[in-house]
Design a protein around this ligand. Structure first.
Ligand SMILES: Cc1cc2nc3c(=O)[nH]c(=O)nc-3n(C[C@H](O)[C@H](O)[C@H](O)COP(=O)(O)OP(=O)(O)OC[C@H]3O[C@@H](n4cnc5c(N)ncnc54)[C@H](O)[C@@H]3O)c2cc1C
Ligand code: SF4
Length: 766
């Protein structure tokens, strides 16, 4: 690489390839710094016996960069062409409503359409229906039938994919003069297409950039950017040359384009702001707005019709789901997947009927990873006959983009905070939809084990972190990707997208990059008419999502109900009216006992969606039943229809939890009252688990609010005979099979006893 360029582009994925190509076409000298290797035909890793041999990004080499953060597992690519090397080729436009919220001025679907057309032309996209030589893969036909059997044909489509459907394996030149071959249906798109039938970025945008003089340095990992003022150059970029043992090198440029992908661009800028302090004025919003694009992974085993996941390009079909649920605008797209036959034996580990993962049900996170390592050893590289009846699904949707990428304050390690709980309506619907599809195939659904056991999603569609915004208070760059307070420094990749696209995002990343680089070049060249030379060839194309029809009331809900837990609880005790001080529960109870003033209730507590219940910090359930409070209700009691129960809400200390009961009722005088109680679950030193979980400190308040005046105080308790009865009332609501019922009750029990462990046992080891 030379010491100076007009423009340096960091990263060669969708944002980087577009930026490098257009800057070079516009006559600027361009240097591309890409951390990964370049992959010629037949050079993608295939040594199944050794994961370190080119597969995993470690020590400056490897195709897959897998980062298991505590709340999210991130999968990205390292290589010349970025994510295009291992992606599933899908190019879909974000529907117009995506741009209605959170995007800065100037963005709309209509405004972006010409740039989508341009990217579509460059990447030569078309649908599986253009596969004339090999016809339709088995899984494509199965999915069309599944959509019909679920009553979802109107939401079914064949998305566009960037695949060459010329004669299989036959070499020919693409429109940029690069040799490609026709798709052989080998099913290896996600591990790199060794015949170059995928229209990856190195074969179009980057090839064109090179033709126009761009220099590309691979295995060059950028670690620092700093402003300079040196002969027209505004920035110095420092990088490690992994081809030479990580030797530190630097080069400088007038313009710098950060295109390292959502997680890595954000990390690079966070380090420049907070560790190196070379870009100290970056926005305080850096790292915010992270989204996993609502990714959800699931499987179906033992399908009746052969699905043949290793035949054909990875993704060929899609079904859209769109309906308002509990104030959540649920929108996601469900796609079938595929995988190389060599991982067939490995995937069978997830097959519930083989049960090899059963031991994982009771494992901690670390134990789980150890079990995974143990069980997967020796399973790579082997097909399995059961693979033909195994399906893999990827759903993605409009999550809330409420995650954050940050550096740990002391270690400076990268962290991703993700709010699974707030996004649970989306994940819940995707989970149930996956079960519907598996059932329609006559198979058994299985979930990504990290999700099933720990509720950690896996995403391949990282977005956000360096959001575009109208002002520095809202984001990191302006609506054209130029970093606030750092002129000529741009971010042009998935990190600037302000919201989840819901659909596979590469097409939108490329279209936004085309739009923004055009504006930048017009400014740099003082030429308001500059356009990408290919613009004139880029005809509008048919968007498969336009043909989809969504009924006014939304698409059908999933047939598979959510699985929840319900149980009935009776508590009995005494209270005193007007007791002072009101927080003297024991005194009020004693006086109440002496006066024979009873307080008791029988409630059915329901958590209708166990998954949502477990991940929510409020752990809320609905309580319905009868309360009897002497002096307030008639002797037969008053109904509670809208009570709220919260199990194990965190207290001020990690070893303290509270269980909360809020039971609104109407008194015999027709006035509203609230039975407001808490169980104080903490270790008072004598390991009284029973006392802590069976004693409810209670007040009766005026009105239905927690702010209402306290009118009476007392304690209600679970008595042993009532508890023994309670144990017989636990049921798994919505479970279809005995296995589902048992699994739900086990998970609820594990969570319950896990919290008790945290309160009563863990503090003694800390
Ligand atoms: C298995 C898989 C399947 C997918 N399927 C699809 C799909 O079908 N459709 C779709 O739209 N999307 C898909 N995606 C997602 C898609 O790949 C990404 O959304 C897209 O590639 C992001 O583009 P980008 O420009 O933001 O960054 P990337 O494409 O991730 O490119 C960033 C590049 O920067 C390089 N880099 C990172 N850090 C540095 C550094 N410090 N110095 C130098 N270089 C650096 C990386 O090596 C990488 O090449 C898939 C992803 C995966 C992993
Ligand atoms: S199926 Fe995928 S990997 Fe195989 S030839 Fe076709 S595009 Fe390439």
């Amino acid at each position: 690489m030379r010491p100076a360029y007009d423009a340096i582009v960091i990263g060669s994925g969708f944002g980087g390839a577009v930026s490098a190509c257009r800057m070079a076409q516009a006559g600027f000298s361009v240097g591309v710094l890409e951390r990964g290797r370049s992959y010629e035909t037949e050079r993608f890793p295939r040594n199944w016996k050794d994961p370190a041999d080119g597969w995993l990004w470690t020590a400056g080499q490897g195709l897959f960069d897998v980062r298991p953060f505590e709340k999210m597992t991130v999968v990205q690519c390292a290589g010349l062409g970025g994510g295009s090397l291992i992606y599933a080729n899908v190019h879909l436009r974000a529907p117009h409503e995506v741009f209605a919220r959170g995007w800065p001025r100037g963005y709309s679907r209509e405004a972006l359409d010409p740039y989508y057309d341009l990217a579509a032309y460059m990447l030569d996209i078309n649908s599986i229906r253009q596969s004339r030589h090999l016809g339709l893969p088995a899984k494509t036909r199965v999915m069309a039938d599944v959509a019909a059997s679920l009553g979802r044909s109107a939401q079914f489509c064949y998305p566009n994919i960037a695949v060459d459907f010329g004669a299989p394996d036959a070499p020919h030149l693409n429109k940029f003069g690069v040799t490609q071959r026709g798709c052989t249906f080998c099913g290896e798109c996600d591990i790199g297409c060794n015949v170059h039938a995928k229209n990856t970025l190195d074969l179009n945008y980057l090839a064109l950039a090179r033709k126009c003089g761009a220099e590309i340095g691979t295995q060059c990992e950028v670690v620092r950017i700093a402003p300079i003022n040196d002969g027209g150059c505004h920035y110095q970029v420092e990088y490690k040359d992994h081809a030479n043992g990580g030797a530190p090198l630097q080069c400088k440029a007038r313009y710098v384009f950060v295109c390292a992908g959502a997680v890595n661009s954000t990390e690079l800028l966070l380090r420049c702001r907070d560790v190196h302090r070379s870009l100290p004025n970056l926005s305080g919003r850096l790292g915010y707005g992270y989204s996993g694009n609502g990714d959800f992974l699931a499987f179906a085993f033992n399908t009746e019709r052969p699905f043949k996941p290793s035949e054909g390009p990875t993704i060929t079909t899609a079904i859209v789901y769109s309906r308002k649920e509990d104030d959540f605008d649920n929108w996601f797209i469900f796609q079938e997947g595929g995988y190389p036959k060599e991982i067939g034996a490995l995937l069978q580990l997830l097959n519930p009927s083989r049960g090899l993962f059963r031991e994982a049900e009771v494992l901690s996170r670390d134990e789980f990873y150890n079990a995974l390592r143990r069980q997967t050893a020796g399973k790579y590289g082997y097909p399995d006959p059961a693979s033909d009846s195994t399906a893999i699904f990827l759903a993605m949707g409009r999550d809330l983009a409420d995650g954050q990428i940050e550096l740990h304050a002391l270690s400076h390690d990268l962290k991703i905070t993700w709010n699974t709980s707030s996004n649970m309506p989306l994940y819940g619907a995707q989970q149930r939809f996956s079960a519907d599809v598996a059932e329609a195939m006559g198979g058994n659904v299985a979930l990504n084990p990290l999700w099933r056991l720990l509720h950690v999603p896996v995403t391949v569609h990282n977005l956000g972190g360096c959001l575009m915004a109208d002002s520095k208070d809202g984001g990191v760059t302006d609506p054209y990707g130029e970093v606030f307070d750092y002129p000529n420094l741009f971010v042009l990749d998935g990190s600037i997208l302000p919201k989840a696209t819901g659909v596979n995002p590469s097409h939108t990343i490329a279209a936004v990059a085309e739009r923004n680089i055009e504006a930048a070049i017009r400014r740099f060249k003082s030429d308001p008419t500059w356009r990408a030379p290919e613009s004139s060839h880029a005809a509008p194309i048919v968007d498969p999502l336009r043909a989809i029809s969504i009924p006014a009331e939304g698409t059908l809900p999933p047939r598979t109900p959510a699985v929840g837990i319900a149980f009935t609880e009776t508590m009995k005790g005494h209270l005193s009216k007007g007791w002072n001080p009101p927080e003297d529960y024991a005194g009020a109870e004693k006086a109440g006992q002496a006066a024979g003033r009873r307080m008791e209730f029988t409630l059915t507590i329901t958590m209708p969606d166990l998954d949502a219940f477990l991940v929510s910090p409020q752990h809320a359930g609905k309580a319905v039943g009868t309360v009897l409070v002497d002096g307030f209700t008639p002797p037969q009691g008053a109904p509670v229809t809208d009570g709220v129960f919260n199990l194990f809400v965190d207290g001020d200390q990690f070893y303290q939890r509270r269980m909360l009961y809020a039971l609104p009722f109407t008194g015999s005088d027709g006035k509203p009252y609230l039975l407001d109680g808490f169980k104080d679950v903490r270790d008072h030193g004598h390991f009284d688990v029973w006392g802590a979980t069976s004693t409810l400190y209670t007040v009766i308040r005026e009105g239905h609010s927690h702010q209402g005046q306290v009118l009476a105080t007392g304690i209600v308790r679970i008595l042993i005979p009532d508890f023994l009865h309670q144990l017989t009332t636990f049921t798994a609501v919505g479970a279809k099979t005995a296995l589902q019922r048992a699994a739900a009750l086990t998970r609820f029990g594990e969570s319950f006893f896990g919290s008790l462990w945290d309160v009563f046992v863990r503090p003694h080891f800390e």
